[in-house]
Design a protein around this ligand. Structure first.
Ligand code: TTP
Ligand code: MG
Length: 356
């Protein structure tokens, strides 16, 4: 069949933890947790990720580190080493790009390739095996790959046989593959959408695709159309070569909840400085600044502003963050503060010349 689309999605397994295990083989086979210092159970940050051995104890990304400590006190807790993960990520992405297909990096450890040009799912499966082999031999890391006619299904597929999995879903198997899955498996369907779908009796993807589209549109807007089309294998979301970095975030959890203005101001300044340093390193400028505040009890509020110009200037990001914080701060003690920069332009030499 001419022009059948074949999309490959790759996601590294327990990425930060696997890099640490590769650098220190003594960690292999053990529960390893990357994140904040648990301080014997009193630590206040969160888990970045953990090895599959740690997941057997119920530990997960974004869980409070204190809870991870309760679940597995004998786990090996390590602080993150971001420059090391960035290097490993660049090596993985270089291997992926070297195959010459349309490539799109979507996060530090995942990317899409449009491999339609190989001509068949069998050939795409061979290619996936070669990529997995190459990554394992050169970097000592494992990954999981999904192959499907659309990006969204390839992403779902890469996740179902983790770790070290390969899952191929051809067009004729789309419905049987997706139908029994809970709607939450669809990327972008979070806790809130899941609850709203539950309310109208939709639990599985089968329930979703069989539901009256008019009712779905009335409730969820026109995005419901794409959501319901998931089993058709038709999707306009193409693999696009674009900058892999979509946002830069920095956040910190305070040792104790605080409403001390000096501490808050100093923290925002430090976060703005660090995030902007990261922008400069990547030759990026941002136009959107988002501030995140978490109060005691994990109630989290965010507020964003889009500037009328691009910037990598920490003092601009700082003053923008202060004013955003004033809008959402309600005088309760703060547990966590974060800044996220997004809507980037590449600030390359050519642009600099044009601007002079
Ligand atoms: P993921 O691919 O979501 O997770 P993972 O690679 O650790 O595990 P999996 O085998 O399930 O893919 O995220 C990639 C990295 O991003 C992860 O290693 C650490 C970081 N990360 C965080 O710092 N915080 C988070 O909440 C998540 C989800 C990831
Ligand atoms: Mg991963």
């Amino acid at each position: 069949m001419a022009h059948q689309r074949i999309i490959l999605h790759l996601d590294m397994d327990s990425f930060y933890a696997s890099v640490e295990m590769q650098d220190n083989p003594e960690l292999k086979g053990k529960p390893v947790v990357i994140g904040a210092d648990p301080k014997n159970g009193t630590g206040r940050g969160v888990v970045s990720t953990c090895s599959y051995e740690a997941r057997a104890f119920g530990i997960r990304s974004a869980m409070p580190i204190s809870q991870a400590f309760v679940l597995c006190p004998h786990a090996i807790f390590l602080p993150p080493h971001f420059p090391r993960y960035a290097k490993a990520s660049a090596e993985v992405m270089a291997i992926l790009k070297s195959h010459g297909f349309l490539f799109q990096q979507v996060s530090i450890d995942e990317a899409f390739l449009d491999v339609s040009a190989v001509g068949s799912y069998a050939a795409a499966t061979d290619l996936a095996a070669r990529i997995r082999d190459e990554i394992h031999t050169r970097l000592g890391l494992t990954c999981s790959i999904g192959i499907a006619p659309t990006k969204v299904v390839a992403k779902i597929a890469s996740d179902v046989n983790k770790p070290d999995g390969l899952t191929v879903v051809e067009r004729e198997n789309l419905f049987s593959f997706l139908a029994p899955m809970p709607v939450r498996k669809i990327p972008g369907v979070g806790k809130r959408s899941e609850a709203e779908l539950f309310e109208i009796g939709i639990r599985t993807i089968k329930d979703l695709v069989e539901f009256d589209i008019q009712v779905l549109i009335a409730r969820f807007g026109r995005s419901a159309i794409a959501l319901q089309a998931i089993t058709t294998g038709i999707d306009d979301d193409l693999v696009e070569e674009r900058d892999g970095v979509k946002s830069v975030s920095r956040e910190t959890t305070f040792p104790e909840d605080t409403k001390d203005e000096q501490v808050i101001v100093a923290t925002i300044d430090a976060l703005a400085r660090e995030a902007c340093r990261n922008l400069v390193d990547e030759s990026l400028r941002c136009r959107s600044v988002t501030i995140k505040v978490r109060y005691n009890g994990f109630v989290t509020r965010t507020k964003a502003r889009t500037l009328s110009y691009y910037t990598d200037d920490a003092s601009i990001v700082r003053s923008c963050s202060h004013s955003l914080l004033r809008d959402i701060f309600d005088d309760r003690p703060i547990r966590l503060l974060g800044i996220r920069l997004s809507s980037f332009e590449k600030h390359d030499a050519r642009q600099m010349i044009l601007k002079v």
